[in-house]
Design a protein around this ligand. Structure first.
Ligand SMILES: [Zn+2]
Ligand SMILES: [Zn+2]
Ligand SMILES: [Zn+2]
Ligand SMILES: [Zn+2]
Ligand SMILES: [Zn+2]
Ligand SMILES: [Zn+2]
Length: 249
């Protein structure tokens, strides 16, 4: 190979320079928690990941995990699913506790999603396209179940093509964006969480204004494409570490 990692590019700054320091906190999801009671805070690893508790958790009848009641959004005819990280964060802000779910108007939430900029351009997502077609001819008494189906597609942790981002009020492709549960921000796949600095490495100069993000991103993609560097993630500003996917610098 012509490329040699130990060659002259080693004079950079950070102490972790070149080492892989990526540690995705979203991968640390567990099957159960060990809480003795409560489960109403992020110290509970079920709550933290937007999941309800189950019989193998330590909490029992004292459990106050609001995500035990996600059937309000997802319906109970289906397999239990968790809230995706972006929805989980939104629920914590808007519901506060278990009873708070009932104060959230599901129809308003559906409208919020359907009014987001990308929703009309979703014809290439077969599931969403089929959902929208059915919505147009649906009878009044089927609307709730169909709304819950939309929420399962866009707000739960089961993987479909898109998810709804509350951070950016738009639909994002699941393999292009992710919501970091520590930094609580929807990020592009190139942006990664540094385990040493415990924060995400994102392009901060693009991020100073979320509304401009999309425009800058287009420019970035174009420049990156022209330079042949599109798809490369940058090293951590804090420690100089790099992600699994980053190439050579
Ligand atoms: Zn717990
Ligand atoms: Zn639990
Ligand atoms: Zn619990
Ligand atoms: Zn988000
Ligand atoms: Zn992060
Ligand atoms: Zn770092």
């Amino acid at each position: 190979m012509w490329y040699d990692e130990d060659s002259d590019e080693q004079e950079n700054t950070g102490p972790k320079n070149g080492q892989i320091t990526e540690k995705n906190p979203n991968d640390e999801k567990k099957e159960k928690c060990k809480c003795k009671k409560g489960c109403s805070k992020r110290s509970c690893c079920c709550f933290k990941f937007g999941s309800g508790c189950n019989s193998s958790c330590g909490c029992g009848s004292s459990c106050r995990n609001m995500f035990n009641h996600l059937e309000y959004f997802f319906g109970d005819d289906n397999n239990k699913c968790a809230a995706n990280p972006c929805f989980a964060r939104w629920l914590v802000e808007h519901a506060k506790n278990t009873d708070g779910f009932k104060l959230i108007d599901r129809d308003e939430l559906r409208q919020l999603i359907m009014k987001c900029p990308s929703f009309p351009d979703m014809s290439y997502d077969e599931d969403l396209e089929a959902w929208t077609k059915k919505w147009q001819t649906i009878s009044e008494n089927e609307k709730l179940a169909h709304t819950q189906k939309l929420f399962r597609m866009l707000l739960s942790d089961d993987t479909t093509m898109h998810y709804y981002s509350f951070c950016h009020n738009d639909l994002f492709q699941e393999d292009c964006y992710w919501h970091c549960i520590v930094c609580q921000e929807c990020l592009k796949w190139r942006e990664w969480h540094c385990g040493v600095c415990n924060k995400c490495m994102y392009f901060s100069f693009f991020f100073f204004n979320k509304k401009k993000l999309m425009i800058f991103d287009r420019i970035y993609q174009l420049c990156g494409f022209l330079l042949g560097t599109y798809g490369v993630s940058l090293p951590c500003e804090g420690c100089g570490g790099r992600s699994q996917m980053s190439g050579s610098f």
